[in-house]
Design a protein around this ligand. Structure first.
Ligand SMILES: [Zn+2]
Length: 458
């Protein structure tokens, strides 16, 4: 009897270690394949250089929809389709212009860009004195007397001491999203916001801004100024508080237009009704090519399904790639997808998003129950050889967040974040800014996680 039990333990240990070795070697083959034969970099070249920036509602966004649909069709998936979604349409118009005009009559040009959703300046532009603030509290303390008729300059930098730069971003971005709404209350005539960038350079960074409940006729123009421009303006204001800033932009909002989420899937062999989703967002801002944000996430997500097909891994669960439209200025694609999934009663057991740049992957963050996280955490060991070490609690990504209410486990790829905000929403977010190996290792890391979810299930 005793011997029999010993034998059983030995057998189960042996089969477990075999199993574990099989997993390790399968994961190794995923990384090898991604680095030697992966398609992600070639796809990104096309998306960035042949299509380029693809703001929702633009012709380029539609070109990206058509191109990505054709590419995922060529992978030989079981089903590929477009999901219609109405998206906002905002256009930048001509390039923006700004200059600092000192009281001695000299003027210096500074780089600005309109914030997404902003109204235009009058044709003749806006010329006014400037009030610099670091926070909404400071703005309120100054009050109507000091703000009325002026341009408010929000100049609180991203905190450089935070190692996770997304935390620095969260700590500064309300100036961009809500600055205009707050300044309108005190009679400001425009806002200029320091770019969400940890580097000092000449690139202005755009991004969404919202007017809240402010009526159309009361809205004021909102622009971002480069970090170098912000530093210059701030130092000049100290010498000459009466200086004036001239800004001109002619962006415009149009009625919503029809666009699409692009979806493809491989049917599960054992659990066809349980869906594992991987995705990113297909739209981008218009200044650069959106190569990091979120071209990288798009091609990595496509690569996950390509790897399953190329390596002959037959998923037990249905594996679905979703290229979401309109994350940047509306999240309409993510909301529409979740709404339809809930309505159809689809069971998404797991969703992974890549939307934090194409840099070296460091880990994942997960939104799940404690027991689910414990299970996921036990897979961390498989990623050690690839320097992917950080499995933490947190969110997934903006596009998959609406699936939360359906009980889906959410995951987000966490690449190294030190350089991300050098490029985020700016004209230097181009193909050259993405490193081939880093992109491919990220794609392999995502594929490996999806592979583990598929074999262990939830
Ligand atoms: Zn993004």
């Amino acid at each position: 009897m005793f011997r029999f039990f010993n034998l059983l333990i030995l057998i189960s240990f042996f089969s477990y270690s075999q199993n574990s070795q099989d997993i390790e070697s399968q994961i190794k083959s995923i990384y090898d394949h991604s680095l030697k034969k992966g398609k992600s970099y070639e796809w990104l070249e096309h998306l960035s250089n042949q299509i380029g920036g693809r703001l929702s509602g633009s012709l380029n966004a539609e070109r990206a929809v058509q191109w990505s649909k054709e590419e995922i069709e060529s992978l030989g998936l079981d089903k590929v389709w477009l999901q219609p979604v109405m998206v906002p349409k905002w256009v930048r118009g001509n390039f923006e212009y700004a200059s600092i005009e000192s009281s001695t009559g000299n003027s210096i040009n500074v780089n600005i860009c309109a914030l997404g959703g902003s109204v235009a300046t009058p044709n003749r532009g806006i010329r006014s004195e400037v009030v610099e603030v670091k926070s909404f509290d400071e703005l309120k303390d100054l009050g109507v007397n000091k703000i009325k008729g002026k341009i408010v300059f929000f100049n609180r930098p991203m905190d450089p001491t935070k190692i996770n730069t997304f935390s620095s971003y969260s700590g500064a971005v309300n100036q961009r999203t809500e600055g205009a709404e707050q300044a309108i209350k005190l009679g400001a005539i425009a806002v200029v916001v320091r770019s969400m960038n940890l580097s000092n350079d000449d690139f202005p960074h755009t991004g969404s801004m919202y007017y809240g409940s402010v009526k159309l006729k009361d809205r004021i123009p909102a622009a971002a100024i480069s970090t170098n421009g912000a530093n210059l303006l701030s130092s000049m204001l100290k010498l000459d508080p009466k200086l004036r800033l001239f800004i001109k932009q002619n962006c415009q909002n149009y009625p919503d237009v029809l666009s699409h989420n692009v979806i493809g899937e491989i049917k599960g062999s054992e659990f066809p009704d349980k869906i594992i989703l991987v995705g990113g967002h297909l739209d981008s801002w218009d200044l650069g090519d959106g190569s990091h944000d979120d071209g990288a996430g798009i091609v990595q997500s496509m690569e996950v399904l390509n790897q399953f097909k190329s390596l002959g891994i037959k998923p037990r669960h249905t594996l679905r790639v979703v290229l979401f439209m309109n994350e940047e200025n509306g999240l309409r694609g993510g909301k529409k997808y979740a709404k339809i999934a809930l309505k159809k009663g689809e069971n998404h057991i797991f969703a992974l998003e890549s939307d934090a740049g194409g840099f070296s992957p460091r880990g994942f963050s997960f939104y799940s129950s404690d027991s689910e996280f414990e299970k996921i955490k036990s897979w961390e060991k498989y990623f050690k050889p690839y320097f992917v070490n950080e499995f933490s609690r947190g969110g997934g990504g903006a596009d998959i967040r609406p699936l939360k209410s359906g009980g889906t486990i959410l995951a987000g790829l966490k690449p190294d974040s030190q350089r991300y905000f050098d490029y985020h929403h700016s004209s230097n977010d181009t193909f050259e800014a993405v490193n081939k190996r880093e992109l491919e290792i990220g794609a392999a890391t995502m594929t490996s996680l999806i592979y583990l979810v598929d074999i262990f299930g939830f």
